[in-house]
Design a protein around this ligand. Structure first.
Ligand SMILES: [Zn+2]
Length: 190
């Protein structure tokens, strides 16, 4: 791998590890609290992103009868205060690898208190499903650390330069290959 490729790979692994920590925290959190992000766009479209225990659910509602309230974040939503779509059971319209999609309609009240029927679609994704592919990153990091430790042990045991692997038995001063000073390296068995 080139230096550039290696750097990009390291960034990708770092991002994946952070995402893994984020999704794992959200998974644990979903069992103790409910987080909800909602937004109403100009086209009378209402979006709702919500966590329920073990899942994240995205609902889109068309013909939303209320005024736009922008993006709102709520936590531990008290029930009955306003409409929540993501808490309804998923009667799968489509189901694949634990991801469920459901279409439905609900009667809600508009700003004037007049009842109106809206249609919605909810997509439910188990948080474990997002976690699984991301798990490759921490596993790769652990595997790399183990590989580095084994290589170091091998080089120490065979009197090889710890930096480049050059045979140092005939070079007591410094490594003729990479120039690292011998006294800077931990002394291996003679
Ligand atoms: Zn060296």
């Amino acid at each position: 791998m080139t230096n550039m490729g290696r750097r990009l790979w390291r960034i990708a692994v770092g991002v994946a590890v952070m995402l893994w920590i984020g999704v794992f925290s959200l998974l644990i959190r979903s069992y103790f609290s409910m987080d909800m992000l909602s937004a109403t766009t100009a086209g009378r479209r209402h979006l709702e992103l919500l966590t329920i225990p073990g899942q994240i659910r995205l609902t889109t509602v068309s013909n939303w009868p209320m005024e736009s309230e922008g993006v709102r974040y709520r936590v531990k939503v008290p029930s009955g205060q306003f409409v929540i779509f993501g808490q309804r059971p998923i009667y799968q319209k489509w189901y694949f690898l634990a991801i469920g999609v459901t279409d439905g309609s609900a009667r809600i009240s508009d700003d004037a208190g007049k009842p109106i029927t809206v249609t919605f679609r909810t997509i439910a994704i188990p948080l474990e499903f997002l976690l699984l592919p991301l798990t490759i990153a921490p596993v790769w990091l652990i595997w790399q650390a183990r590989r580095r430790r084994l290589l170091r042990t091998y080089r120490l045991a065979h009197c090889l330069c710890l930096t480049c692997g050059y045979d140092l038995r005939a070079s007591p001063g410094q490594c003729p290959e990479c120039g690292v000073q011998r006294h800077l390296l931990p002394q291996g068995p003679k």
